[in-house]
Design a protein around this ligand. Structure first.
Ligand SMILES: C[S@@+](CC[C@H](N)C(=O)[O-])C[C@H]1O[C@@H](n2cnc3c(N)ncnc32)[C@H](O)[C@@H]1O
Length: 683
């Protein structure tokens, strides 16, 4: 068996936090996901105009379906069509799509973008045989041979082989004769597919939506994974000609290190690769999220860093077949972040006693809680029932999950499991709850346009959505203080919390309770809101919009922000949590010192002691603003929500400028805040 050489990328110079470390790199091969083929441009991945451009060149018709002109690829412009459609046909991508449409059983494994990117790669690259590396990129072929998922690779390679045969011989060879293709026939296709599985990354648009996959040259693909990475990447997805990008002039600031450096001096030198990669397709830019010293390895993450260690390891193993031994994974004992992400407690709960149980079966408890939460989230995402989803999620967060242990003559022993408020399942639950309450609020306000109880109820739901959004941002920020590579998630969560708070503060329904409105659209009023206690607004403006970001004062800015946000939160948290017992159990969503040690069994017990049966009736269904809840809707609270929102949005934008540069996220923050005028006069 041919052993591959391990490659890695190292910094060629000292790199500060928040600096681009590659120029925009163009892909070797890319493919839109199947579901987006008729809505997005197959060349640049941007949204199609109302009248898209078809492939320019000869498009074969197929005997099984002679009238069928395949809707396999569409383009946003003649330029995109000219650059991409020849490859669409000559790589046999078109033939593959036809094969899969007419004979779906050839590849019953869903999305075909991996296969199509592999076909494009096979066609574009110099003649090659199956080997551990193809043009410098690792195939991991031998590892995938023993993969549980190997039949998917075999089926995919066969389908690719048949498509290439249709292209070379005649379209009418098309039939589901994949069983006649022996594995030996499709070795090249199999190697190319393995290369794609090992090296491709998901391309996301500005909103984080996944569009397709892309494979880049070694400058990007030789970057290894770490669960505490020092770099991240972003994509440039735009119709041609690409807009000028400040990173365009960035030199490649990383270089390979590995036993295989001879590769670098051959066909795969980075410079050669940069030239070789065409001039279209989604481009990628790598950026530092930590200080990186000259000679230090540059790493990115291949997985969700908010998962606990066991989940990350299992995903990396099943997708890439390696066991991560980064500093975070090798820490013993587990890092604080990894401990809380999986921390659960159990209490023995029966009529006469309540005692925490440290000897419970953690794996069993974790599995049961995971199944329950996944099912509840599914209620929302798949079944489209946000109400049932929120009721179930709040139920498990508040009451835990009970498990009957044994029955003796006198009494039933029952263990109840609780999730730590920073457990990764709790974080998933907060994400879903923020979104589910928001949808419920939007649906309700859309149904009733008149000012009545329904609109008040909608405001109430949007208040709860905002509370969960703030809790999610605060919880991940708490983890970020121990694990700085979580910056990318935290930037997004603070921005969302900020948007949610501002939307809540600006709701017209407040006029029911308060006389004054926020002067949000008065162009003649003075300036934007400036906090007298922190420099966040200045920092955001000078750094994000006027070039150089100075991160020397990063800790100072973050501490100032947390102080301000803590003050505002103390004034509004009770109001935001009204009507929902779980939110009231969370004493402070920004400062988690109230949790005490991570063995927090007292939290679960506190919930039971303090609430009894009240818990079930208070959360979820049947929520209405009671007289006392409506009392919270006063001008002081509204202004505080506004200020808190501005802070969260600015800080989210500041963190986003570190992760993405002056990206759409920072511009979006600027746009939202430009609309907001000073409310100093109101306070
Ligand atoms: C995109 S490549 C990265 C470059 C690769 N090291 C090479 O030699 O070409 C991805 C593959 O690199 C290896 N790899 C990446 N990160 C790793 C890590 N932290 N530990 C072990 N292997 C890793 C795995 O084989 C993975 O499938």
């Amino acid at each position: 068996m041919e052993m591959e050489m391990e490659m890695e990328m190292r910094a060629e110079e000292d790199i500060e936090i928040g600096e681009d470390i590659t120029p925009p790199l163009t892909p070797l091969a890319f493919a839109l996901h199947d579901s987006l083929l008729s809505s997005h441009c197959s060349s640049c991945f941007s949204l199609l105009p109302p009248h898209p451009f078809p492939p320019l060149h000869f498009t074969p018709t197929f005997p099984h379906n002679p009238h069928h002109v395949l809707s396999s690829s569409s383009y946003c412009s003649p330029l995109c069509s000219t650059s991409d459609s020849p490859l669409h046909v000559s790589s046999a991508e078109l033939h593959l799509l036809h094969l899969l449409q007419s004979h779906p059983s050839t590849y019953p494994h869903g999305d075909s973008s991996d296969l199509r990117a592999a076909l494009r790669l096979l066609h574009s690259l110099p003649a090659m045989g199956p080997s551990a590396r193809i043009v410098g990129l690792l195939t991991n072929h031998h590892k995938f041979l023993h993969h549980d998922d190997h039949h998917r690779i075999r089926d995919g390679a066969r389908a690719m082989f048949l498509a290439r045969k249709m292209r070379d011989e005649a379209p009418n060879v098309c039939s589901d004769n994949s069983s006649s293709v022996s594995p030996d026939d499709a070795v090249l296709e199999e190697a190319a597919l393995c290369l794609v599985l090992t090296n491709a990354v998901e391309v996301q648009d500005k909103t984080g939506r996944t569009l397709g996959i892309s494979v880049y040259g070694p400058s990007f693909c030789w970057i290894n994974h770490s669960c505490s990475p020092n770099a991240c990447y972003r994509f440039l997805v735009s119709p041609p000609p690409p807009p000028p990008c400040s990173a365009e002039k960035t030199p490649l600031r990383i270089a390979p290190l590995g036993q295989g450096t001879q590769i670098e001096s051959g066909v795969c030198s980075n410079n050669v690769f940069i030239k070789e990669c065409g001039s279209y397709g989604p481009r990628v830019i790598v950026r530092s999220i930590k200080r990186i010293k000259k000679g230090e390895e540059v790493t990115v993450t291949y997985t969700d860093l908010l998962q606990p260690k066991a989940m990350r390891q299992s995903e990396l193993w099943s997708r890439y077949r390696f066991i991560c031994s980064c500093t975070r994974c090798s820490a013993s004992p587990l890092t604080y972040v990894d401990q809380v992400l999986e921390e659960i407690s159990a209490a023995n709960f029966n009529s006469s006693s309540l005692s925490s149980d440290i000897n419970f079966n953690r794996d069993k408890a974790t599995q049961r809680l995971t199944n329950y939460i996944d099912d509840a989230i599914d209620d929302y995402l798949s079944i489209g029932d946000p109400e049932s989803s929120s009721v179930r999620l709040e139920h498990v967060l508040t009451q835990g999950l009970s498990d009957k242990q044994s029955e003796c003559e006198e009494e039933t022993s029952q263990l109840t499991y609780w999730l730590h408020p920073l457990h990764h399942l709790s974080l998933n639950a907060y994400t879903t709850l923020a979104s589910a309450y928001k949808i419920r609020a939007t649906d309700l306000s859309a149904l009733y346009s008149k000012m009545d109880d329904h609109l008040l109820n909608a405001l109430d739901l949007s208040r709860t959505s905002t509370a969960y959004s703030l809790l999610l941002a605060g919880a991940t920020h708490h983890l970020f203080r121990s694990e700085s590579s979580l910056i990318v998630s935290v930037a997004n969560f603070w921005s969302s919390a900020g948007e949610s708070l501002l939307t809540l503060a600006r709701s017209s329904v407040w006029s029911q309770f308060v006389q004054q409105d926020l002067p949000v659209s008065n162009p003649s009023s003075t300036g934007k809101y400036r906090c007298p206690n922190c420099s966040l607004a200045d920092k955001f403006e000078t750094d994000s919009f006027h070039g150089q970001v100075r991160y020397a004062d990063f800790d100072y800015v973050s501490n100032e922000f947390v102080d301000c946000v803590n003050n505002f939160t103390q004034n509004v948290w009770n109001f935001l949590g009204l009507g929902c017992h779980y939110l009231r159990v969370v004493k402070n969503p920004i400062d988690f010192s109230w949790l005490g040690t991570i063995r927090y069994s007292s939290v679960g017990e506190d919930i039971v002691r303090s609430s009894g049966t009240e818990v079930a009736s208070k959360c979820g269904a049947g929520r209405r603003i009671s007289g006392s809840e409506a009392e919270g809707y006063n001008n002081q609270v509204r202004i505080c929500l506004f200020k808190l929102g501005v802070h969260c949005l600015l800080y989210g934008g500041y963190l986003a400028s570190i992760c993405y540069g002056n990206s759409h996220l920072t511009r979006n923050v600027g746009k939202i805040l430009d609309l907001e005028e000073s409310i100093e006069s109101l306070s």
